[in-house]
Design a protein around this ligand. Sequence first.
Ligand code: BT5
Length: 237
Amino acid sequence: MIGEEIEVLYEVDSTNEFFKKNYKSFHDGAIVVAIKQTAGKGRLGRSWYSPEGGLWYSVLFKPKIHVNLHAYTKIFSIAIIEVLSKLRIKAYIKWPNDIYYNGKKLCGILAEGISVNDRVVAIVIGIGMNVNNDIPEDLKGTAIALKDILRKNIKITYLLDEINKHAWNLLISYRNETENVTKLWKKHLVPKEGDKIKINNEGEIVEGSVLKISDEMLYVDIGGKVIGVQSIHKVVD
Ligand code: BT5
């Protein structure tokens, strides 16, 4: 189960960092939830704004066999989409694993592996969702909170339980079937294979169509030349 073992902290630098330091003291499926983070992290060293009112938590997995980090991230993305759809919110996964609503980011996921002697001994999946928190001025154009969509506050513990339940069901159903997880993930994904997109190719905005999507790369055909785009941030909306 996910969340049978739970640590609640009023304030922490980052829930992912907490598990990276303390993973030995927790079991598979444990979660740590913070009311606020003082140094919330995004990918590639970016920072994640996490004041009181949002859902900021990490899940620890201690798989006995080798598993693909991306499979866990996808499972949580799908679980979040499913929970939002129960609230009648039509969100989508913006490649690779951001949850968007109407062109704005509602939720981000940060997956990290903990290795000892080159062997992955634990996986930490960090989830950050804007729920009842205000969005700061500098992010208002790109980010949104659940309370702004629903026009009311929503219980954080409800969301936490639901996401964990959905993720657990997906983990059980798709154990050893990462291809099927990818298929489901692609159903909710934007852009999709075949879509036309604009990318920033070394300073020049060019249009192309998505040929293939992998976990780490978007392959875009630009007038017959195929370019691998590594981050959605090179994609122009
Ligand atoms: C992510 O990174 O989207 C992953 C975010 C993961 C956060 C969770 S919270 C619990 C756990 N503990 C942590 O320390 N982290 C995880 P990335 O795709 O790199 O997006 C970061 C970018 O999103 C920033 O550079 C900002 O532009 C923007 N951003 C920052 N805070 C935001 C927020 N609260 N809502 C929407 N966008 C935000």
